[in-house]
Ligand binder design. Sequence first.
Ligand SMILES: Cc1cc2nc3c(=O)[nH]c(=O)nc-3n(C[C@H](O)[C@H](O)[C@H](O)COP(=O)(O)O)c2cc1C
Length: 190
Amino acid sequence: MNAPKEPPTLGSVLEEGWRSWRLALRTPGHPFRTPVVATAGDDGGARVVVLRSMDPEAGEWEFHTDARSPKSLALARSPWMTWVFYDAATGVQWRVRGRARLHAGDDVWRDAWERVPEASRANYGTDAAPGTALVAPLDAVHFRDIGPAHFLVVRCRAESLDWLSLRPDGNLRARWVRVDGGWQGSWTAP
Ligand SMILES: Cc1cc2nc3c(=O)[nH]c(=O)nc-3n(C[C@H](O)[C@H](O)[C@H](O)COP(=O)(O)O)c2cc1C
């Protein structure tokens, strides 16, 4: 395989990453809006979520969930988690690894709940916890007025980023680690 004609710089790759996540947050249907998050433990380990916010300054990614879900319990036991973002159109994969902070009952949680549309609030208000066995498919009741009792905000502070770009002229891969409030990048064998 030939070397890429004009390989990007580490700086431009990371900038493009921040741009993509910002764009995803305001673009329904953007592939980076529905990443897979993986957790540690025996809960099944990986599932799709909706990216709810992303702060490039802090290096933090956020999703919302039901506090009773297996992934929430897994994160309470072990905060290490990985996000996988994939854009089939560009052949770019980002893997973001970090530690989750679980927000419930604090200001972060209250602000997030205020922004959950009325129509979506029932998603966090089933009577049965996610994963509970049901006799019939519609047996889980969604309570519209249950409030945020089971609502959980998960914020992940990244410690490392891994970028892979599939290209006809040669795949590229790079990695960044958090150092002294910044990101230190290096090229990696794909
Ligand atoms: C497109 C899509 C978006 C989803 N977004 C979320 C989400 O933001 N939060 C969430 O808890 N589950 C979301 N889910 C459901 C999860 O993938 C998963 O099935 C569920 O949360 C149970 O996961 P667990 O048993 O691993 O805890 C989404 C599923 C799909 C297909």
